[in-house]
Write a protein that binds this ligand. Structure first.
Ligand SMILES: *Cc1c(COP(=O)(O)O)cnc(C)c1O
Length: 396
């Protein structure tokens, strides 16, 4: 859809990327389950195969439903190109392995998503790739490490689960000074709140499983950036095979139509909940970038349009308090997911950092009494009421 004025995010969520894929006058993108595509003319077939002509050859490489999904995310992230994956972790691992070779150095933060942290601590060192992880939010230390020279800088902001913030513009400047690529995991912010490509970042990654889909019924990952870089990642993925399923693409596309509405409601709820918890006697600390008490509230304000639907809080009384509190919640799934329309909660030890040991979590500054709270789109009075009664039930 070519409009005179560029579409804004809410309109893009609904319309972008779809027109080319609508057939027979349908108003919705079809799910194309076909694995392969027929060509009567072998010369046309050949031209499609070598990329000289538009079309599809085989489902591991491309699929029309999956492409519609990619086109919508591409529009939302203001990117030249996007390619998709079976999961968010596949997007992260494939994107890293497209560019890294033995002997390379990468700089990142200590609190990346648990799975990403495992790639850094377990799999990259095995390939003789040097990984330096700095204290999240310590910009000076990060600039110092980057200045020593590196191939790639990997950021995630806000982080999971303690929603720490890194200044994307500042770190990107440091990375560009040494010619390093910059990746940002934008899962928590969503394209509604943050477009890192506009700050000079090279690649933006999403676990589409979370906010993009928003209904906790499909896995997916996506990476956006320049056509040059994304084509390289696409090639790695088409050969290595972590392809998005067409049915997942359909569910994610449908979910994305309400992305802006959901995120706006989720962050409105998250802020009110964070404010409520901040004054509660049984709560030790609340982590939410929208609170003025958050260490990097100013950076969040500068680089985000909204503070997102994710918060976390530490209960006084540690793990035992969490054990008593969580089962009492009526309006929350206790599950290892986030970004869905239903409120979803869990301790870090069974969600974001299930892959880490208690010692590793302590080293990452994640208290065992921490509860991760993904605000849903429910009415706020009901959510606060529910929290009130569950907190009252803690008896230590
Ligand atoms: C969930 C998540 C991932 C991994 O995504 P999957 O779709 O579960 O593979 C990566 N980064 C962040 C920030 C996440 O929350």
């Amino acid at each position: 859809m070519e409009a005179k004025k560029p579409m804004s995010e809410g309109t893009k969520s609904v319309w972008a990327g779809e027109k080319e894929y609508l057939v027979h006058g349908a108003t919705q993108v079809p799910v194309v389950h076909s694995v392969a595509y027929n060509y009567d003319d072998i010369d046309v077939w050949y031209e499609v195969a070598i990329g000289k002509r538009k079309g599809h050859i085989y489902g591991r490489n491309t699929n029309p439903t999956v492409q519609a999904f990619e086109d919508k995310v591409k529009a939302l992230e203001h990117a030249e190109a996007a390619t998709s994956f079976s999961t968010g972790m596949a997007a992260i691992s494939n994107s890293l392995l497209t560019f890294l070779v033995p002997g390379d150095k990468i700089v990142s933060i200590k609190d990346t998503y648990g799975g990403t942290n495992k790639i850094f601590s377990e799999f990259l060192p095995r390939l003789n790739i040097d990984v330096t992880l700095v204290e999240t939010g310590n910009h000076e230390e990060m600039e110092k490490e980057i200045a020593k020279g590196c191939k790639l800088v990997y950021l995630e902001t806000p982080t999971n689960p303690t929603v720490k913030i890194t200044d994307i513009e500042q770190i990107t400047k440091a990375a560009k000074a040494v010619g390093a690529l910059v990746f940002v995991d934008n899962t928590f912010a969503t394209p509604i709140n943050q477009n890192p490509l506009r700050e000079g970042v090279d690649l933006v990654i999403h676990s589409a499983t979370k906010f993009l889909g928003g209904h906790a019924d499909a896995l997916g990952g996506v990476v956006c950036g320049s056509a040059e870089l994304v084509t390289k990642i696409y090639h790695y993925r088409e050969i290595n095979g972590a392809t998005m399923d067409p049915m997942a693409a359909y569910l994610l596309l449908r979910g994305m139509k309400t992305l802006k509405l959901r995120v706006e409601k989720q962050q409105e709820n998250a802020l009110k909940i964070a404010q409520f918890l901040s004054t509660h006697e049984k709560v030790e600390q609340v982590y939410y970038p929208g609170l003025e008490t958050h260490k990097h509230h100013d950076i969040a304000k500068k680089q985000m349009n909204g503070f997102g639907g994710m918060l976390s809080f530490a209960l006084k009384g540690e793990l035992e308090a969490v054990r008593q509190f969580l089962p009492k919640l009526q309006l929350a799934h206790r599950a290892a997911n986030l970004g869905a329309v239903e409120t979803t909660v869990g301790p870090a030890r069974t969600t974001s950092h299930v892959e880490n040991s208690a010692e590793e979590r302590a080293a990452l500054g994640i208290p065992e009494g921490l509860v991760r709270y993904s605000a849903g789109i429910e009415d706020i009075d009901d959510l606060i009421c529910d929290l009130q009664q569950a907190l009252a039930a803690i008896d230590l």
